[in-house]
Design a protein around this ligand. Structure first.
Ligand code: ATP
Ligand code: MG
Length: 584
């Protein structure tokens, strides 16, 4: 399927001369742009640095509550509140390297906890607030959580029942005005007695800062360890990939329990000095458009699943809102169907800029960045300072490693396992307590991402599949994403999830689960029509079987869980579904 390249829009291209910047880019240079007072500390770069300048009176954070009530904090407010929280930790005897967990939505207390923890050189690990007790227990246990900050309701429902099995969890601080459930203390009360003055201790940029559990799309979640140096990459990538500037109002829709919600929902925009919009409410198309309009969002970072839901409402809904402030839209987490980029142009007047990264990479690695033409369906090109390659794959679908060496695929349009040359500052420094698994992620001097991609002659990367999602059917290698994208071009299809189903003849048979747009009925006639539509567009790799499913399983970070579709199809155990949306 060929889609026309979307040429860059002059109002989006940063005034900086990107091309020259990119040529001269170095991580040392990016680091030099930060203050690094007393070493490099994420919270210093995000908050305290601005409190020393005129920016202190600028709004750092604007939280829109469920009731549409807006709470604003200036950089100075944030400086003081995070200082208080750091002092609270100090008074509790919680020190460097010790783990503080959050189980919170996108509320001001989340920002205060995260950044206050980093000031104190403790380690922050965020949990999805929709998690049930089991995934919460598992992560608190694996991460050795000593402190948890949550709401009284979440505590009572999800933590109190498992508290006894978590002896390391000494302190639970709850938000709100009380009363505090037994075994917890009011955060507010602790903060009132604490001084807002806190001098960040000297920080080694290799000090552990964040512990992020991966989305669990492929199985048991892994704890990726990140250090303070990551802030160099958070800031630089926000400039290049999101075109973010101090005068921007930035909204990242990702849940704070996910790496995107932390790297870009909290840290990156604050290091730049922008205003961060945080919306606590659940997804609702009208509400989201209203937030974009009322908060005058200029740069928006979201995910394909949300965009697909907006798309279901057609372009008319968007037309009812004033989105004239919006100048840059980016997406991450899953392949972005070309259809969505085209829809963005029509409905928002802007292309959606896809970018690719992982929990392990800590920051955006590949993107359709501001000053380059967008190719719909492509993840873009490696950011300055990032070296990517494709590695020849073996029979197991992963990069072929022999005697510790790998083979780099050079020819255009050939596919291989996507690999990155280690050395960027936000690269994970380990999987928590699992050095073996970490070691296995590297070969021949490359970090192996587990994703399969192609690179075209212009150097753009195209996502094919997760290495373990690739379907092998009658001698063809098929990436489910390509099939899903084609199905989505059919007017009846809102979303699709495609799997390989074992077949005695073909090896695997392509099966698609399809969610319909409003106004379409799941009839046999439509099923036949979709099969024929697929065959016309895709030929031999088209889905042979189509099932209608209005509730495709998603992870909490919004990805279609093909692993689960497949397990259900085959009647196999569902495995670890703690990150399944709606399972909490
Ligand atoms: P787990 O590693 O536990 O299975 P996960 O890989 O889904 O979970 P994340 O680190 O949140 O956890 O997601 C990173 C993955 O998401 C990437 O490796 C890739 O498969 C997918 N992804 C992210 N962005 C994109 C994108 N723009 N296009 C295609 N895939 C993407
Ligand atoms: Mg992964």
């Amino acid at each position: 399927m060929m889609w026309e390249t979307v040429h860059k829009n002059p109002i989006q291209a940063n005034l900086l001369d990107y091309a020259a910047e990119c040529r001269s880019f170095s991580w040392e240079g990016a680091r030099a742009r930060l203050y690094g007072r007393h070493g490099l500390n994420i919270a210093y770069e995000a908050v305290d640095r601005h409190a020393e300048t005129e920016r202190r009176h600028q709004t750092a954070l604007r939280c829109v509550g469920r009731d549409d009530k807006v709470t604003e904090l200036t950089y100075l407010d944030l400086h003081r509140e995070t200082g208080r929280f750091a002092n609270v930790l100090r008074e509790l005897g919680v020190g460097k390297g010790e783990r503080v967990f959050t189980l919170l939505g996108r509320v001001p207390d989340l920002y205060v906890t995260v950044l206050g923890t980093l000031k104190n050189l403790s380690v922050l690990s965020p949990l999805f607030s929709a998690f049930g007790p089991e995934p919460i227990r598992e992560r608190l246990r694996l991460g050795g959580g000593r402190v948890l900050v949550t709401t009284p309701e979440l505590y009572a429902r999800k933590v109190a029942p498992i508290r006894d099995s978590l002896p390391a969890l000494e302190h639970v601080l709850v938000t709100g005005d009380g009363p505090a459930p037994e075994g917890t203390r009011l955060l507010r009360e602790a903060m009132t007695g604490a001084s807002p003055r806190f001098d960040i201790p000297p920080t080694d940029s290799e000090d552990m800062a964040l512990l992020h559990f991966t989305s669990g799309t492929t199985g048991r979640p892994k704890g990726a360890v990140h250090v303070h140096a990551a802030v160099i990459a958070h800031r630089a990538t926000a400039v290049y990939a999101l075109d973010l500037r101090p005068e921007d109002t930035f909204w990242c829709t990702a849940d704070p329990g996910w790496v995107t919600g932390m790297s870009y929902g909290v840290i990156a925009p604050l290091t730049i000095g922008a205003t961060v919009v945080a919306d606590t409410g659940e997804f609702d198309a009208r509400r989201w458009y209203r937030t974009l309009q009322d908060q005058r969002v200029s740069v928006w970072y979201t995910a394909p699943t949300a965009l697909r839901m907006l798309m279901r409402h057609g372009g008319e809904l968007a037309a009812g809102y004033d989105l004239s402030r919006l100048r840059f839209v980016a997406s991450v987490g899953e392949p972005l169907n070309p259809e969505i980029v085209v829809w963005g142009l029509r409905a928002l007047g802007l292309p959606v800029h896809d970018n690719w990264w992982q929990t392990e990479t800590g920051a955006i690695m590949i993107s359709n960045y501001a000053a380059m033409d967008v190719k719909p369906g492509s993840m873009g090109r490696p950011l300055p300072g990032i070296r990517a390659a494709l590695l020849r794959r073996g029979a197991d679908g992963r990069a072929l490693v022999s005697d510790g060496e790998v083979q780099v695929v050079e020819e255009p349009d050939a596919e291989g396992e996507l690999a990155l040359r280690p050395g960027w500052p936000s690269m994970f420094r380990g999987y928590l307590d699992d050095p073996e698994r970490y070691a296995k992620a590297f070969a021949g001097g490359w970090y192996l991402t587990g994703d399969v991609a192609r690179r075209d002659a212009d150097g753009y990367y195209w996502f094919v599949a997760r290495a373990d999602d690739v379907i092998k059917s009658a001698g063809h290698l098929i990436g489910p994403f390509e099939v899903e994208s084609v199905l989505m071009e059919h007017p009846a299809v809102a979303e699709a999830g495609v799997i390989g189903k074992p077949d005695p003849v073909a090896g695997e048979l392509v099966k698609a689960f399809v969610t319909l747009r409003p106004g379409h009925e799941p009839t046999d006639a439509l099923r036949r029509e979709l099969v024929a539509f697929g065959r016309r567009r895709l030929g031999a790799v088209a889905p042979k079987e189509i099932a209608f499913d209005q509730n495709l399983p998603h992870t909490r970070s919004g990805k279609v869980m093909r692993r689960l579709l497949k397990a259900r199809e085959l009647g196999l155990p569902e495995g670890d579904i703690s990150t399944l949306e709606g399972s909490g």
